[in-house]
Design a protein around this ligand. Sequence first.
Ligand SMILES: [Zn+2]
Length: 285
Amino acid sequence: MDVHPAPENHGIVFERIDLHGPQSARCIKVGVDALIEANLCTKLGNAHGATVSTVEHLMAALAGCGIHNARIVLNGPEVPILDGSARPFVAAFVDAGMKRQGAPLMAIRLRRPVEIRMGDAWARLEPADQLSIAFEIDFPDAAIGRQHLELELCNGTFVRELSDCRTFCRQADVDFMRANGLALGGSYENAVVVSGEDVLSPGGLRRANEPVRHKMLDAMGDLAVAGAPILGRYVGHRAGHTLTGRLVRALMADPRAFDWVVIDAEQAHAMPGAGVCHADLAITA
Ligand SMILES: [Zn+2]
């Protein structure tokens, strides 16, 4: 996978170079219309049937670095999972350097709350001046248990606080998937595996509450599927990709729920990617 610069107003576009046919059939532009419901990951597709899976950590890295225009060239149907966090993507972007573009940045500002519920899980977006993410999880495994955290995602907070937090799963789920012939990733290299009160992955957790931080990272990536930065407060309770995806879809389907606003120079300083630099990454090393 290669991530290339793109001109102003291009948006984030995936291109599947392993597929045949005209370029339009191989390209998937990030936006709520491209969202396809999938289990356990965030998947996008176009009208020609081209899809790309597991985009969430890359989308979070792009949003967290303030990258709004990029062409992502892939030779397969899935974004590499790497270490299960967004850190390798962020490190690559910071190493390559990022350039300010001239076109004004448009953002989606909540006008009223939008909420989706599925059983005892729910996700909500409500009006706020900038993006913040609050999340609560509650797992039976004592190694995870109940965790809650809220952060304002401005000025590199994503890079410093969330980008290195890895996907996690329960050994019981890995066993179940293997028993059902699913060769899902679940290796110790790209996910934190827990069982009861034990963290089975070598080296343990990167942060005491790494799991809830990863859920916030996922939410950041799923919100970015809207295709523009969101100014609002996201609250997730045991939410996952399906729920947050439906929330973004519900938001964008209701013109009374949001306004398109131009980010001025003052607001730009408080956006998630403002001022991201090597020093932010050093904190996660
Ligand atoms: Zn994830």
